[in-house]
Design a protein around this ligand. Structure first.
Ligand code: GTP
Ligand code: MG
Length: 417
């Protein structure tokens, strides 16, 4: 099938360079979705035109440009209102889509698990519900072919009701799956192994890092949103401690709110983490903007107050300059591809985790060697001795394990008054 070709459009409100960077990213998204850029049109405006997004003179120019380049459609870098979509497709006689449609399309193509698929469908339906009036012609797969008008009002009303019903069903199923996930999380909590969530901008190298550290074999590609479902793997740190690493869905500038809502539970994986590993593609000229978007998205998801290790990745491609992130507790420079700096990263990780652990001297009765093995696995043992009373262990352990040990101790006799 031939690639659909689109003209990218955007208004410029501030720095033109920023608009262009955002359009470069949109071109990347379009490419991932199987389309192709065949030109751009930008216009400086204080705010989008309510009716046609670009000014009316500019829309005429756009029609001409589309005729010259033979474009199949236009894609707007901002989310269009149904009215704007309708007016533009009417005036241009072309397919009109926006950044949100492209991102939703990519998510739909990349979703592999049942939960991922349901979350994407919900996000798509929510978008469709809010854009029903504008979509008739724009998405000819749903409406009639090119040239037909949008569905009539009655049809719209029945569609609306059907979509709402389906949204209700999907939300319900997501809640059920969330409950299962909670159980898994509780189990992990009981294991007391600390959790580190790998977060970052899409394509930063999160999955590559997880693979490099744990041999997880997760799909890592030069594609936006290659990962949609969280994967967790255990990693043994240099001093014998274990940590669970979770790879998550990437963030992006203007991540559609429908996706944030639908993927809330997936995105929230990081909320239960003890440490955040924030991966940044240091070879990307826009890494500072990406970093800002990641912090903003984390705040939006209510993830704050956790220790952050910022991992500048792809140093094999970047300059030798030492990069810093002043918002992070630690900064490490690595190349997940060559393995450079991974030792520094695991060291930083064990330091951060150790800070959260407590030093404990324990005497564990021989009847409970299982607990001793868990201490060896989850903590970092400094001293171990076999005595008459039991196994004497001095170790750094996660607070949860320390609590368990304390609960195991016989209650001391009440002091005489
Ligand atoms: N040169 C170089 N390329 C890297 C490095 N780390 C990752 N990559 C490449 O960057 C691309 C994206 O890597 P992924 O690991 O899929 O990125 P991600 O952050 O998981 O991306 P999404 O899941 O799509 O959000 C792949 O083509 C990797 O091979 C690195 O250290 N150096
Ligand atoms: Mg990934």
């Amino acid at each position: 099938m031939e690639k659909e070709r689109f003209i990218l459009i955007s208004i410029v409100t501030g720095d033109e360079e920023k608009t262009m960077a955002s359009l470069d990213e949109l071109a990347g998204l379009l490419d991932t979705a199987g389309g192709e850029e065949c030109g751009r049109m930008i216009q400086r405006l204080p705010h989008p035109d309510v009716r046609t997004y670009l000014g009316s003179g500019k829309v005429e120019e756009l029609a001409l440009e589309a005729a010259i380049t033979g474009a199949d459609g236009i894609v707007c870098d901002d989310e269009l209102s149904p009215a704007q979509m309708q007016a533009l497709s009417h005036e241009l006689g072309l397919k009109v889509i926006d950044r949100t449609v492209v991102i939703l399309d990519i998510f739909a193509a990349h979703a592999t698990t049942k939960e991922g698929k349901i979350q994407v469908e919900l996000a798509q339906l929510k978008y469709r519900l809010s854009h029903l009036a504008g979509l008739g012609k724009a998405l000819s797969r749903q409406g009639g072919g090119i040239g037909t008008r949008g569905p009539g009002e009655t049809k719209l009303e029945t569609d609306r009701r059907a979509i709402r019903r389906r949204c209700g069903q999907l939300s319900h199923r997501i809640k059920e799956m969330e409950a299962v996930r909670q159980t898994g999380r509780k189990k992990r909590l009981r294991n007391a192994a600390p959790v580190a969530a790998i977060v970052g901008y899409t394509n930063a190298g999160k999955s590559t890092l997880l693979n490099a550290l744990t041999g997880a074999g997760v799909l890592a590609e030069d594609k936006l949103f290659a990962t949609l479902d969280p994967t967790t793997r255990a990693l043994s740190l240099p001093e014998g401690m274990q940590v669970l690493l979770t790879d998550t869905v990437g963030f992006i500038h203007k991540l559609p709110h429908q996706l944030i809502e639908a993927f809330q539970s997936t995105l929230e994986e990081a909320q239960y983490a003890d440490v955040i590993l924030h991966v940044i593609d240091a070879s990307d000229k826009d890494w500072e903007m990406h970093k800002k978007v990641v912090y903003e998205t984390l705040a939006l998801l209510g993830i704050s107050g956790k220790p952050v290790i910022t991992v500048f990745n792809k140093t094999d491609l970047a300059t030798d300059e030492i990069l810093r992130d002043h918002n992070a507790d630690k900064t490490v420079m690595i190349s997940a591809k060559t393995g450079e700096g991974l030792d520094r990263l695991t060291l930083a990780l064990s330091e951060v985790i150790k800070e959260k652990q407590v030093l404990l001297k324990m005497v564990i009765p021989y009847s409970n060697t299982a607990f001793a093995s868990r201490v060896r696995q989850m903590g970092q043992v400094l001293k171990e001795e076999y005595t008459e009373d039991g196994i004497c262990l001095e170790a750094y352990v996660p607070p949860a394990l320390a609590g368990e040990y304390e609960a195991m101790l016989p209650t001391p006799p009440a002091a005489d008054s």
